[in-house]
Ligand binder design. Structure first.
Ligand SMILES: [Zn+2]
Ligand SMILES: [Zn+2]
Length: 300
């Protein structure tokens, strides 16, 4: 197959655009969509310090590559990487990321659940006796430490590598749970919380994987041993099957999610500082609630 734009050998067929693209035109296609999304939301501004939440997987490493390529030459923009070690034996290994950090020459800030909370995710699962809620515990605990590290490093934006599939799945999961509150919640502002950006949210997973393969090389991508959220797995299959017949579906679901945001009519929740941990929170501090619960389980 030849590229629809230049007649060189194509490496991908985009069903939703009907185009075959060569290596260069595919790269352009990804990067121009990401740049458009960044401009649309004013996600990167003069003077920004962008902290990239780097897990070492294809999404976050590709995002770091893209941000360095696009903004790395700008003297007014600083890019750094932040990695959290959740304490999962055989899964999170920070030494695997040293090559990435060396290659992109970015400052690297790291933290661990062990230092931050005196707890590991393995310990939490052991204390709970199962891993049914490990993803939600982990998400809450990770969110706070990433935010604290970013704030202390002077970040004005926190960048996450979520792709279009992740975004569409999250919207669809809220739909299937009938969770109106989450669908219509506004991303609230709290002075201690660094604004979060998701530049790859418009790029399908398989295209991020191809972009990573072309530009960052092979990555150790062993999945988290505790990640087997049944609903997310079902929704992933459902969206992938449906998209085969209707190629624009994931974009449509994400657009729906974006349009619903901020339409809730519940009472506004006032940003506060948690009296227990001193970090920004809305109402009850989720981090402290999780810590209190898992510490009761006798851990570590
Ligand atoms: Zn081409
Ligand atoms: Zn707290």
């Amino acid at each position: 197959m030849k590229c629809s734009k230049c007649r060189r050998e194509a490496i991908i067929y985009q069903r939703y655009s009907g185009m075959h693209l060569c290596r260069d035109h595919f790269t352009d296609s990804v990067e121009s969509r990401v740049k458009r999304e960044i401009r649309k939301h004013h996600w990167v501004e003069r003077g920004d310090t962008i902290g990239v939440a780097l897990s070492g997987g294809k999404d976050s490493t590709s995002l770091l590559h893209f941000l360095i390529k696009t903004f790395g030459h700008r003297p007014d923009i600083t890019i750094l990487a932040i990695t959290i070690d959740e304490g999962i034996a055989g899964y999170r290994d920070l030494s695997e990321m040293e090559d990435i950090i060396k290659r992109y020459k970015v400052p690297w800030h790291t933290a661990s659940f062990a230092e931050e909370y005196d707890i590991t995710l393995d310990g939490i699962v052991e204390g709970q006796g199962d891993d049914r809620r490990s993803c939600s515990f982990c998400g809450v605990l990770r969110r706070r430490v990433v935010n604290r590290i970013a704030r202390e490093a002077g970040c004005t934006k926190l960048a996450f590598g979520f792709n279009l599939d992740d975004e569409a799945q999250s919207v669809m999961m809220n739909v299937l749970r009938g969770d109106t509150e989450r669908l219509t919640m506004q991303q609230r502002e709290n002075p201690g919380m660094i604004p979060r950006i998701r530049p790859f949210a418009v790029i399908p997973e398989r295209e991020v994987a191809l972009y990573a393969h072309l530009h960052v090389g092979s990555l150790a991508d062993h999945g988290c041993p505790y990640a087997h959220n049944a609903l997310r797995g079902d929704v992933r299959r459902l969206l992938n099957e449906y998209t085969w017949q209707h190629p624009a579906t994931k974009y449509a679901v994400r657009t729906l999610g974006e349009d619903l945001k901020g339409r809730g009519t519940g009472p506004a929740i006032i940003p506060e500082i948690c009296p227990e941990c001193g970090e920004p929170a809305f109402g009850t501090c989720q981090t402290c609630a999780v810590l209190n619960e898992v510490r009761r389980g006798k851990i570590r």
